[in-house]
Design a protein around this ligand. Structure first.
Ligand code: CO
Length: 497
């Protein structure tokens, strides 16, 4: 057992270093003065390289070998922990630490350039930064793909959505590509006759924040171990003991900041619900980004975008912003469920949203399988936008290929996690509401204890112990399907049961 104990101690120390790195990246996105950008990038890169060198020391390999030899005596959670340790080691040992440092520095600089160049719509100035980031990402993916015996893009998918490959995602996305367009047409036809009042601002940021904090409190966010701030792009970052979420505010409207908070609170609840006993160990960490997004989207899409939730919100909103007709639950619900093909993924409605993800997935596949070049992306983006959503981004790269933070920050392969997470969320929520058919009455009153307790017990506490397929089968009785999501859309938007 000594070898396994040594490994546990090693991973505990690595978790401490990773926590340091997370706080530095939170600081970079939220409060760091811009002038520190390049130095911060070098600093985080050094730390990343150090973490990797510590992990891939020769002794780790020897410990893994010895621990595996005595693994029959291990508890199932320790056994799963050992498997994750080995996977992390294998994924790291094939990358030279110099490449890790270069990739980290390159992508931080690239994201900083993106923040500046996107509002100016300067794609050609941005392209060299993106090319440098992509080259590093591809080299890492190619090296890991060899070890995992996968294609490079599958190696990336394995990081964000382990258990899924291009083959399985192609199948799932092809079902959505068939099911969604006729639904979008039918919903838009139905919504043509519905009246809508756009709320008129200005909406003070302080008041938006006050509502956001109430929302977090009602969802049982633990403020003793977390906080809310604002940033360029909303995110959730940290560890269960210190989980930090952000949103972004505009005085013109308050829905974006509010739904951003709902989404990120869902992420935070997952982290805060992880088993305390396994803090710092790989098996005790979040399972994957697909599972992470399932938790944020379950809260945002299934719960907070429901009519019942807006009944709970109406008095909170009207207390801050007055009693206007535009601020009634009915009107706000119609507003956030209005289905319109649009340019920006993060502002898209939940029905057209998967199409935004599918086109990004197809571009990423093309890039990593060698069929597409980065320089061609504005044109390819425009073609796919027209094909899937009927709108053009020609000459408007800031709302086209430059709109997302993911590629500038090196997160190629992440996008499918949103739609896989969305499907997982619908499937979990379908099971939950079968057991709690009157849950919407609790939502109307702002009571979420039953839901949060269920999520803790069945999902959060499982951490990385089970695979996505195993957890889905255990909780819902079957592997991932598109049907619960499609049925949810039919029910919410077309009143079909
Ligand atoms: Co998210």
């Amino acid at each position: 057992m000594k070898a396994y104990k040594n490994l546990k101690l090693l991973f505990k120390k690595l978790a401490h270093l990773q926590y340091t790195q997370k706080v530095m990246m939170w600081d970079e996105a939220v409060v760091m003065p811009e002038g520190a950008g390049a130095y911060r990038a070098s600093t985080v890169a050094t730390l990343d390289g150090f973490i990797q060198k510590t992990l891939i020391k020769k002794r780790t390999q020897a410990w893994l070998k010895d621990a595996k030899a005595e693994s029959s005596a291990l508890h199932p959670w320790d056994l799963a922990n050992l498997k994750w340790m080995e996977k992390k080691y294998q994924n790291a040992v094939c990358i030279p630490p110099s490449l890790t440092e270069k990739f980290t520095k390159t992508k931080i600089i690239c994201e900083q350039a993106w923040r500046k160049l996107r509002p100016q719509n300067k794609w050609s100035d941005f392209l060299p930064y993106l090319e440098a980031t992509f080259h590093c990402a591809r080299e890492v993916a190619e090296r890991q793909a060899q070890v995992l015996n996968l294609k490079p893009y599958d190696a990336l998918l394995d990081e964000y959505a382990p258990g899924f490959t291009q083959a399985s995602i192609d199948q799932i996305f092809s079902e959505l590509k068939v099911a969604l367009p006729p639904l979008i047409t039918a919903i838009r036809e139905k919504q043509k006759t519905e009246s809508l009042l756009p709320p008129q601002g200005p909406f003070s940021v302080a008041k938006q924040k006050a509502i956001g904090l109430q929302v977090m409190k009602s969802l049982a966010f633990d403020f003793n171990c977390g906080r809310l701030d604002s940033s360029h792009h909303p995110f959730c970052n940290g560890i269960p003991k210190d989980i930090r979420i952000t949103t972004r505010y505009s005085e013109n409207e308050f829905i974006t900041s509010l739904l951003g908070i709902c989404h990120e609170t869902g992420h935070a609840l997952y982290e805060q619900g992880l088993p305390a006993k396994w803090l710092s160990q790989p098996v005790g960490a979040i399972h994957s980004m697909a599972m992470h997004e399932s938790q944020s989207l379950l809260i945002e899409m299934q719960v907070c975008r429901s009519p019942a939730y807006f009944e709970f919100l109406q008095p909170l909103i009207q207390q801050e912003f007055g009693q206007g007709e535009a601020l009634t639950a009915d009107n706000l619900f119609r507003l956030i469920t209005r289905v319109t093909p649009s340019l920006i993924r993060v502002d898209a409605d939940e029905v057209t949203y998967p199409l935004h993800v599918i086109m990004r997935y197809e571009i990423e596949k093309g890039l990593f399988n060698g069929e597409l070049k980065l320089a061609e992306l504005p044109q390819v983006w425009d073609e796919l936008m027209r094909q899937y959503l009927g709108i053009s981004t020609q000459g408007n790269d800031k709302d086209g290929v430059m709109q997302d933070v993911h590629w500038p920050s090196g997160a190629f392969g992440y996008f499918p996690a949103y739609t896989l997470g969305r499907l997982i969320a619908a499937q979990f929520f379908e099971t939950f509401t079968k057991m709690e058919p009157h849950f919407s009455r609790e939502v109307q009153k702002g009571e979420f204890q039953t839901l949060v307790a269920w999520l803790r017990k069945h999902i959060h506490s499982s951490a990385s112990f089970l695979s996505t397929a195993e957890l889905l089968t255990l909780v819902t009785g079957r592997n991932l399907e598109t049907q619960p999501f499609i049925q949810h859309i039919q029910k919410r938007y077309l009143d079909k049961n």
